[in-house]
Design a protein around this ligand. Structure first.
Ligand SMILES: [Zn+2]
Ligand SMILES: [Zn+2]
Length: 87
């Protein structure tokens, strides 16, 4: 079913590429990638390496550039409900 496939893909987009789990306390980098707040902090354990995006060569200049994604969380919740109703 096309709708279910699209929703499944949307859910995959909302996975954290570091822990491969659902995003928890998601943050978005300047380059548009999403990570758990915890995971991206872990990836920056060595401050001498700077703060590269784990997925692309973009250097993230500052925490201030992070956008808290409250709306993403509610979209995810809606997606999950939709998936359950489609199945
Ligand atoms: Zn994560
Ligand atoms: Zn990136």
């Amino acid at each position: 079913m096309a709708v279910a496939a699209a929703l499944t893909r949307l859910q995959a987009e909302a996975k954290c590429p570091i822990c491969l789990d659902d995003l928890r306390d998601p943050v978005t980098t300047e380059c548009g990638h999403n990570f758990c707040c915890f995971c991206i902090q872990q990836s920056w354990a060595d401050p001498y390496k700077g703060f590269p995006c784990p997925l692309c060569p973009t250097s993230i200049l500052s925490w201030i550039h992070f956008l808290k994604h409250r709306s993403l969380i509610s979209v995810l919740a809606m997606t999950q409900n939709l998936l359950l109703s489609v199945k």
